[in-house]
Write a protein that binds this ligand. Structure first.
Ligand code: PLP
Length: 379
């Protein structure tokens, strides 16, 4: 679909967002489209009517979704597994890579990028940001100052600032330095294009309730197929070993692929919800979605600037994402007052974050900027 042929002002009709709620907080989680609700409901209706006799249909549907996700990421279906959330997926990756060496990551990462490695007693060193950015030169210096670092963990988009890493440059850096490249794509999946092969990504994990519009309960775990040969999954259960129906477990033989991370009966409603969201995203085109998010974000930034409200935007556009961090003296007071006016925004650490997603409009942004101006002047 071509960008100009999409009626962006009508996308909101696919959502049932409470009309009085002004939603600028997709970096926390997003409202979900009706098609996503229908896909989850359909499962419950089928379970009610057909019980387990629908199992084969659900399995086929699940595999079609796996393929669609693979297409979105330029991966292969066997490289895609379903998990519950980033924390869960990152724990699995940390377990798979146990014994490989030490970890280098970005200072300020969201907990689910870091805590799983610390918990498994990896030695972790950090790249300090410069003006909220993590240039490859800084990553290189931190890498050189560290010892026995074999794993690099980074968010594609940093949750607290919206800084977007250049995945191709990061992938090249990992290739040159023989580092295993682990990406947390929770703040970008569905909104920013990702090409796992072009960006030399080894493992990618993401929750899908933010930009991917799927609600809670399901995550994507990508494992580059070079790790799938002789792969022993960190956990085993009824559905990732062969012979579970015959009861013959003399030699454990695991299901092939990232699917082997799925150890028992699947969380079908969440997976089907994700499937419907991926269909919407793929039909619109993730490049078009990114363009729309940028268009709204630029509009918001300029309107804020015109009204003397400062932001921490990145001068190099390639590092911008769907998150815009405001530069305020009193973010807590401002966000409390926005909340009273029925805005949903996000305050993290010292900053107030605003997001623009496909359901937002320029009219809403005009209103937001006017309200922000009044609030700031009143403080
Ligand atoms: C970068 C990033 N990763 C992960 C998460 C969420 O992780 P989980 O779903 O495991 O709580 C967030 C939520 O804000 C995030 O910003």
């Amino acid at each position: 679909m071509e960008y100009k042929n999409i009626n962006w002002n009508r996308i909101k009709e696919q959502f049932t967002i409470e009309p009085s709620l002004k939603y600028f907080g997709s970096c926390v989680s997003s409202p979900i489209p009706t098609q996503v609700i229908d896909a989850a409901n359909q499962y419950y209706i089928e379970q009610a009517r057909f019980g387990d006799s629908a199992w084969d249909i659900w399995e086929k549907r699940q595999e079609a979704i796996r393929s669609n996700i693979a297409t979105l990421l330029n991966a292969e279906p066997e490289e895609i597994g379903f998990g519950m959330n980033t924390s869960h997926g990152m724990n699995l990756v940390a377990e798979i890579l146990k014994g490989e060496g030490n970890v280098l990551t970005m200072k300020g990462e969201f907990a689910s990028s870091i805590v799983p490695w610390l918990n498994k007693r990896y030695e972790v060193s950090y790249v300090n940001p410069i003006n909220f950015e993590y240039p490859i030169s800084e990553i290189e210096s931190a890498f050189k100052a560290s010892s026995n670092t074999k794993v690099l963990v980074s968010s594609h988009v940093q949750y607290s600032t919206g800084y977007m890493q250049d995945l191709n440059l990061l992938g090249d850096f990992c290739r040159k330095n023989k580092l295993i490249n682990v990406i947390n794509a929770t703040q970008s999946i569905g909104a920013m294009p990702i090409n796992v092969k072009e960006s030399n990504i080894d493992f990618l994990v993401c929750s899908t309730y933010k930009w991917a519009l799927s609600g809670f309960g399901v995550a994507i775990i990508y494992i580059n197929k070079k790790y799938l040969k002789n792969f022993t999954p960190p956990m085993a259960g009824s559905l990732n070993v062969e012979g579970s129906l015959s009861g013959d477990f003399d030699s454990l033989k695991y299901t092939y692929g990232a699917k082997s991370l799925e150890i028992g009966t699947p969380h079908f409603p969440n997976i089907f919800a994700l499937g419907a969201a991926i269909e919407i995203i793929s039909k619109l085109g993730v490049n078009n979605i990114q363009t729309r998010i940028y268009e709204l974000q630029e509009y918001l930034r300029k309107e804020l600037e015109n009204n003397e409200i400062k932001t921490h935007h990145f001068s190099d556009k390639s590092h911008r994402s769907g998150i815009l961090l405001l530069d305020l003296k009193n973010p807590k007071e401002v966000s409390d007052k926005l909340e009273v006016l029925n805005y949903f925004v996000s305050r993290r650490m010292d900053g107030l974050r605003l997001t623009t997603h496909i359901f937002n409009s320029k009219d809403e942004i005009d209103q937001l900027v006017q309200d922000l101006k009044k609030i700031i002047n009143s403080l």
